[in-house]
Design a protein around this ligand. Structure first.
Ligand SMILES: C[S@@+](CC[C@H](N)C(=O)[O-])C[C@H]1O[C@@H](n2cnc3c(N)ncnc32)[C@H](O)[C@@H]1O
Length: 206
């Protein structure tokens, strides 16, 4: 993939009304498992939200929800879907590498994004996400690792693949609720199929 080419999800973000780019539009299971542990009122951030499957789910559950993504198409689609469902989401186009947190969150979700920025960049972002989490607050983070090489159709996109197991080392000072390693094949709109190695974690700030 050249630097001018847009990733495949941009096309899908432009299709209005259909929330199916990732996870069939359903929230991440780890997010659904975590919300039951959080007492409302609570603030949630979907960082690198894409078209916002997790943000929409959280807002429906009455979390005060913020969402950030670098994709204008993704944020635009999220805003439209939130409006249609009468949900209030603070959705912003921004670069997670430059994002300035102005409040603390009880839940931060960051799924499938951090390996899309360089190692030295995600290291800083992860520390910031940890910092701007309230005491007793949760993270649900999922990334891809180098256990499986970057798929051919995504060459040049995954500039910051984690080393296998590395994500978990960032949470040694938090309570680990769940951590998982997997290798799986997935399919996206347009018939794109590829293999990924993933690490995911749900952790709680002491
Ligand atoms: C694989 S998608 C995952 C979307 C969403 N988290 C989900 O699980 O459905 C990765 C998202 O990261 C976003 N992204 C990539 N680089 C980014 C950056 N520097 N700042 C903010 N978002 C970024 C992309 O625009 C894309 O929407």
């Amino acid at each position: 993939m050249s630097t001018t080419e847009k990733p495949y999800w941009e096309e899908s973000y432009k299709r209005p009304g259909k929330l199916d780019t990732f996870g069939d539009g359903k929230p991440s299971k780890a997010v659904a498992d975590t919300v039951v542990k959080i007492k409302l009122p609570a603030k949630a951030m979907d960082f690198g939200c894409g078209e916002g499957r997790n943000a929409l789910y959280l807002a429906k559950l009455s979390f005060e929800t913020s969402a950030v993504d670098i994709s204008e198409a993704g944020i635009q689609k999220l805003k439209i879907m939130a409006k249609e469902s009468n949900l209030n989401i603070d959705a912003r186009v921004d670069d997670m590498r430059a994002y300035k947190f102005d409040k603390y969150f009880d839940l931060i979700v960051c799924t499938g994004c951090l390996h899309l920025i360089k190692r030295e960049e995600w290291q800083k972002v992860l520390l910031d996400l940890k910092k701007y989490t309230s005491r007793g607050g949760f993270h649900v983070v999922g990334i891809f690792t180098d256990k499986v090489p970057e798929p051919e159709d995504q060459k040049g996109l995954m500039v910051g693949l984690f080393k296998e197991g590395e994500l978990f080392t960032y949470y040694q000072d938090w309570e680990i609720i769940e951590s998982k390693s997997s290798v799986f094949e997935d399919e996206h709109p347009g018939g794109i199929r590829h293999k990924h190695a993933a690490n995911s974690i749900t952790a709680r700030k002491p």
